[in-house]
Design a protein around this ligand. Structure first.
Ligand SMILES: [Zn+2]
Length: 122
């Protein structure tokens, strides 16, 4: 399932989206997901939302094995959207999260090009 059960009305109301951003930051994407879905996402809650993320991860796995590039584009977007939804539901700012953990390089070794031993998870 994609994350857009309301999009059938696309173009039919004032809130319909316009031209896609040529570039979109993580913060803009998180706000976009918040604007589109927060009310529904809060009603569903974190547990139900997490299950949707897992379903999308499964679809991505299948797509990586057998999908076309076009299908992969869609599945990556869905996984990112559902991950972002969970962040919205629990009040996590993804930009802050990413900057804190990866903003200055690998969290394991502190380098921009990771030099952690291969057996280690960075
Ligand atoms: Zn490293």
């Amino acid at each position: 399932m994609t994350h857009d059960d309301a999009s059938a009305a696309n173009g039919a109301d004032d809130s319909a989206a316009g031209t896609p951003h040529a570039d979109i930051t993580l913060a803009q994407f998180q706000q976009l997901i918040r604007d589109m879905y927060l009310e529904k996402d809060l009603a569903r809650g974190v547990d139900g939302t997490f299950m949707w993320l897992m379903e999308e991860v499964g679809e991505l796995a299948s797509c990586l094995r057998n999908g076309t590039h076009e299908e992969r584009l869609g599945e990556f977007a869905d996984v990112l959207a559902w991950l972002t939804t969970i962040a919205n539901v629990v009040g996590v700012d993804l930009t802050e999260a990413v900057q804190r953990k990866y903003g200055v390089g690998c969290p394991g070794c502190g380098q921009i090009v990771c030099r952690c031993a291969d057996a280690e998870k960075p």
